[in-house]
Design a protein around this ligand. Structure first.
Ligand code: COD
Length: 305
């Protein structure tokens, strides 16, 4: 897999890395975990879900479950809670979402007793990679924060910078996406983008260069920026695309994967450990790459501790 060659885990610090998966009720989740074991991305997995369904899917697809531990849950909620308990008890190192509604999974992960929350804002990030020209973008947040305000957006940027750094992208350019290059009070995203840029200038948002307000074309295309005469030092150079809200982030990432040849890898970060949060319709490549990315971020976190 190309992603493994591109972002190498610098140092495998942890000897025991178990993932706890909520509702691995589909073939792709089970084959992904089998491959992840073979590739040493994980050392084990807890399958938290309906035991009958898991065994049936495995039988139908000739998947050997001997290396996994099944933890039966009657409902999606119970299965997600079992994931939280395994993390709380330090039996599993990071959670993964299987065939379960994102909100149900996240609601369980947010329960204080499981200790995943550390006081900061959790946010969803998609790392998008196109193998044909090796282009990489981080799109955030199309999966967790529904309508973030400016301070939440600042937190989301900080988390995206952490992911960029974990992938070896230092001092990334952040583009808070809008529908206009100028501040326009009827478009709150332009007002927020300008505030975020100023917060970066003032040193409140560190480790990156915040541009904006910028439209998508001017954020990623130097040609477009030249034609339009946009006066923004970082126009056309974005690494991180900050969406104004969950819908635009979700639509942007899915457009890139379905229409522009990108492969998307999804994580929730900002908690004690990264969480693998991929779409239910994602295949093995996306799920395996997301697990790999979680391991990379997990090891970086250990490295910095
Ligand atoms: N980071 C840290 N704490 C949070 C966050 C966050 N991003 N969101 C909520 N919390 C805390 C709150 O402070 C509160 O203490 C507790 O969690 C509950 O928060 P509520 O009341 O907002 O909880 P919910 O259950 O109504 O909403 C939380 C969700 C994450 C479930 C909700 O925001 C949601 O459904 N997000 C969208 C998920 C989704 O469907 N994505 C689809 C695309 S894949």
């Amino acid at each position: 897999m190309k992603l493994l060659e591109k972002f190498k885990i610098p140092k495998m610090i942890s000897s025991n890395v178990f993932v706890a998966v909520a509702c691995p009720h589909d073939e792709e989740s089970l084959t992904t975990l089998t491959k992840a074991l073979e590739l040493n991305i994980i050392t084990g997995a807890y399958l938290c879900g309906d035991e009958k369904i898991i065994k049936k899917v495995a039988n139908q697809n000739n998947i050997n479950l001997d290396s996994f531990i099944i933890m039966h849950g009657e409902t999606m909620e119970e299965s997600a809670n079992n994931v939280g308990i395994l993390i709380m008890d330090d039996k599993a190192q990071f959670p993964m979402k299987g065939l379960i509604d994102t909100s149900v999974f996240l609601r369980a992960m947010l329960k204080r007793e499981y200790g995943l929350r550390t006081g900061g804002l959790l946010s969803h990030l998609m790392l998008l990679h196109r193998e044909s020209d090796d282009l990489v973008y981080i799109v955030t947040d199309g999966g967790m924060n529904i309508a973030p305000g400016v301070h939440e957006k600042a937190e989301i940027i900080k988390t995206a910078v952490e992911l960029a750094e974990a992938c070896g992208i230092d001092n990334p350019v952040v583009a808070p996406l809008t529908a206009k290059e100028k501040v326009y009070d009827k478009m709150p995203a332009t007002v927020d983008a300008d505030k975020l840029r100023q917060m970066n200038v003032d040193g409140e948002i560190k480790g990156c260069r915040v541009s904006g307000p910028l439209q998508f074309d001017n954020a990623i295309s130097v040609e477009s920026e030249k034609i339009k005469g946009v006066k923004d030092a970082y126009a056309g150079k974005a690494n991180i695309l900050l969406a104004p809200d969950i819908e635009s982030g979700n639509i942007l990432a899915k457009t890139m994967t379905y229409l522009a040849g990108f492969i998307g890898y999804g994580l929730i970060m900002g908690a004690k450990v990264p969480m693998v949060v991929v779409s239910r319709s994602d295949g093995e490549i996306e799920k395996l790459g997301s697990l790999y990315l979680a391991r990379l971020v997990y090891e970086k976190g250990k490295d910095n501790a």
